[in-house]
Design a binder for this molecule. Sequence first.
Ligand code: GLP
Length: 259
Amino acid sequence: MEIVIVPSPEDGGRIAADIVCGAMENGARTLGLATGSSPLHTYRELIRRHRESGVSFAAMSAYLLDEYVGLTSDQPQSYAHTICTELVDHLDIDNARVFSPDGGASDPSEAARRYDAAIAENGPIDVQILGIGLNGHIGFNEPSSSLASRTRVKTLTERTRADNARFFADPADVPHHVITQGLGTISDARHLVLIANGARKAPAVRAAVEGPVSAFCPASVLQLHPHVTVIVDEAAAGELELAEFYRYTTEHKPASQGY
Ligand code: GLP
């Protein structure tokens, strides 16, 4: 696991964009996308590179991490809609190859199984972008999620519903249920890139990176993965015990070693 502490979220966005673009140059064809505020600087940087430097996403497919049960892709609060307005609509990626769990399905559990099978068939995902929730969730895998879990229906904690209420007219409108890639599904990706900014995320980052591997902190599953980059700003790194060592390893990184 490589932990990169950056001065600002903008710097983190540039590094994550470097990872995505570098992977595409090396043949990556499948991206894993996350919604939420954490990846927004990365997405803005990818859009900028597409517009100003001609970086093309025409050959790419993308899979979203999660979706609310009961919301269809034409509803603005759905993650399928959100990822279009934040990223997809601004790139040359074919919208028909941007996939998300079907939140409007009459049988959400079956939709989850289908989605997992589609990722297994068309994957592996080359680069998976991740944020982290205040309680250490990734995707919508709340504490107690099996570290081997597959895409399925989950129930949100009240805290996560409250954190996401800002996107809804009424907090009561936040769905209770979601379809999320499981921790095992996420771990099938070749390269996991977790982005966290701000002091509120510091305890979750510490638990994920330096705590025990435990379903209590779902993001700690990253410790079991062979290729992980954690990009945190100074505030989110504020509780890391080995922060000095992480800075040292970045400064002394062998020139030949990319992310
Ligand atoms: C939601 C999403 C996660 C995201 C998390 C953190 O719960 N399902 O994928 O990582 O929020 O969001 P933010 O980046 O806005 O802090």
